[in-house]
Structure formats: C-alpha cells, structure tokens
Design a protein around this ligand. Structure first.
Ligand SMILES: *Cc1c(COP(=O)(O)O)cnc(C)c1O
Length: 369
C-alpha cells in the first residue's frame, strides 16, 4: 500500500477523463476526435489513460516519441481498439524503424529527408505529413509541399495532412486565421485523404478549424486551453499534513526567511515539495502571495518558499483541529484550480501536470466498463 508511505498522492479520475473526451468529441461534431497522450498522457499515466480514452470512444492517438507509441500499443492490447492508429508527432526515427513496423506506429513526417527515408523503407505502413503554417518548428514549408505535390506527392500510405496552431489559446490573435489559410492551400495542393489542424484550443475557434480530425491534449486532462473551454479536473493532488506548529509574530518560515509572520500563526507543514513536481515558484513571500491549498473544504495560503520535500501553509483562520497530522491537503483538484496554481508559478497546467514526479503515488478511480 504505497499511499500509507507517500507524501503526495495523486488521484486520477478516469471517468472525468472520459467525460472530457466526450465533451470535446461533441464540440468537434463532424470531425473525428483523437486523443493526444504524449508525455505519459500529460503525466497521468498512459497505461491507464489509453484504455480509458479508447473505452470512451477515441479511435486515433498521438504521441511524441516512438517509445511512447510502444507503451500505448501495449496499453491498448485489451481495449476495444488494439490496432488503433498511433501517430508519432516527432516523426520517423529511422534508427528505431523496426519499432514502427512491430507496433504499427505511424510517423508524422516533418521534413523532406524524412519523407524520402519513409518512401524508401520497405515495411512502411501509414504515415501523416506535417506542413508548417507559421509555427516554424516541424513540418514542410508551403514551397516544399508544393514541390512535393508536383513530383508525385509524399507517397503511398500517407493518409493525413497535419499542421499545428501557435496561438489558438488567444482567440483574438490573427495568427490562427493566417495559419488556416496556409493550411487550406497545402490541403488543396497535396490532396491527402484527411486533414487535421486543431489542438484543444483550436476546437473552440470556428468549426472551419476542425477539418477531419481534432487533436485535443490538455483539455482532456483538466487544463484550461481557451477562455470558453470547460474541462473537468482529472488529477487531484493531495499532500499529507506532517505537523501543525505555532509561529510567533515576527518570525519567518522556511528557506531564505522570505516571509515574516504579521501575527502569531498556526502553520501546517505538508509532505510534498518541488521534488514531487509541485512548482517552487508557486511559493509565497512578503512581496507576493503564493498559491492556495484546501484542507477539509477551507482555503489556506502557502507561507514562504516551497522546499524540495515540504510546503508550509497558514491555517490560523481554519477551525481549530481541522488541519491535523495525517490528514491530506489538496494542492489542486476539484477545490483548487490547477490552472490557478500554475499561474501563481508563472507557468501553465501543461508544465505542472507533466512535471509531476515518480515520487508521488498515483491511484486511479472511475474506471468504466
Ligand atoms: C501537444 C500537441 C497537441 C495537443 O495540444 P493541446 O494544446 O494539449 O491540446 C496537438 N497537436 C500537436 C502537434 C501537439 O504537439
């Protein structure tokens, strides 16, 4: 029973994950809704997330790396769709070519050299082609796509045209419309069977962005992707309360002595820290307040810096006895918005989720079927 010995416990609600996928699938309406499960399903664990998403109805998956694809193929073995297409966004790692064949992984070809290698490879199955429409990370330029189309196209088995939006989370930003125009140009040139442009945030732009296949990631896992987006929390992170101590007015708490008590305070010490992936930048000081936690329905603010293994929170205003050793304090989940914690740390929920460490104990609830 790992939980009894753990400082941070993560409860991962697979029913909420499935619910988020279904909501996005409804929003995408005419388009197929895939699932992006790179980085161990944004930190929640691909072995549980893959089958849960497949049970909810996901039929196409995206990972970043071939080894993630191998893990997902194994995870899907007992699911309704053991042979579901798995696209590898990182492309074709030709040194690992045998993995693509053995596990039926489909590379997302991101430059002409890859297209060439793929075309020459005997055991190739299906692949996608990435065109760059303004992000300047991966993908063929429009000019390269045009030349490729003139010289006979990317070859047999390439069944999906893909591009990625840089600013979909800022609906007022003009970049998305410009990217859409370039994408439609590439689509007309290459005439591949299917096209995919939208990530989570892109789904909330206009239906034109949906194309044939949408690729949500963060919205599946409870992260905010767009001002209008609704997504249920999937991960609840709770830290064990180790002790509650009285700190006299004028004393400081934690490393650097950056926060001075303005009154005699009751401070609860929690058994989690940045080694678990809770962000150090979410801490508090005299100059700027930090994130909040929730103990038995009551909010309590962080005090001082987040240490490697410990967090201090002010429980002076909580009813006596609520914060007690052995109880758990919610760091984020249904009561504390993960997006707010990330904002306090100057980052986004993506980084907080994918940074949760191996030290945290993970338990899964809400398995369906
Ligand atoms: C990560 C990623 C996604 C998912 O993005 P979210 O913002 O998490 O929805 C979609 N497409 C590509 C190419 C990606 O790299």
């Amino acid at each position: 029973m790992r939980e009894k010995a753990a400082g941070l416990r993560l409860t991962i609600d697979l029913a909420a994950l499935a619910g988020n996928w279904r909501r996005l699938a409804r929003l995408a309406a005419q388009a197929e809704c895939a699932a992006v499960v790179k980085a161990d399903a944004y930190g929640i664990g691909i072995a549980a997330a893959g089958p849960a998403l497949a049970a909810a109805g996901a039929r196409t998956f995206f990972v970043a790396l071939p080894e993630e694809g191998v893990a997902l193929r194994r995870a899907l073995a007992e699911s309704p769709v053991p042979q579901a297409p798995i696209y590898v966004l990182g492309g074709f790692f030709h040194e690992a070519a045998e993995l693509y064949a053995a596990h039926r992984l489909s590379p997302v070809l991101g430059h002409l050299g890859e297209v060439e290698r793929w075309r020459r490879w005997q055991e190739r199955g299906q692949a996608a082609l990435h065109v760059d429409t303004g992000m300047n990370r991966l993908g063929l330029s429009l000019e390269e796509a045009e030349n490729l189309a003139r010289s006979g196209g990317p070859g047999e088995g390439v069944d999906l045209l893909l591009s990625h939006l840089a600013c979909a989370d800022e609906p007022a930003h003009g970049a998305s419309e410009a990217q859409l125009r370039r994408f439609l140009e590439a689509k007309a040139l290459l005439r591949l069977p299917r096209a995919s442009l939208a990530n989570s945030a892109g789904i909330h732009l206009s239906p034109t962005f949906h194309q044939d296949l949408v690729r949500p990631g963060i919205a599946l896992y409870g992260g905010a992707s767009h001002p209008q987006a609704v997504s249920d929390p999937v991960v609840t992170a709770e830290a064990r309360i180790l002790q509650v101590r009285t700190v006299p007015r004028g004393d400081t708490v934690g490393y650097g002595a950056v926060e001075t008590m303005k009154r005699t305070s009751r401070i609860a010490i929690l058994a989690a820290g940045y080694a678990d992936g809770y962000l150090r930048a979410a801490g508090s000081s005299d100059a700027a307040s930090g994130a909040l936690v929730c103990i038995e329905g009551h909010l309590a603010p962080l005090v001082g810096r987040v240490s490697m293994d410990l967090i201090a929170v002010d429980v002076t205003d909580l009813p006596q006895g609520l914060a007690a050793p052995g109880r758990w304090a919610e760091l984020f989940g249904p009561n504390i918005d993960i997006n707010a914690v990330a904002r306090h740390a100057g980052t986004i929920a993506y980084e907080l989720l994918t940074g949760l460490s191996r030290r945290a104990c993970r338990r899964y609830v809400g398995q369906e079927g």
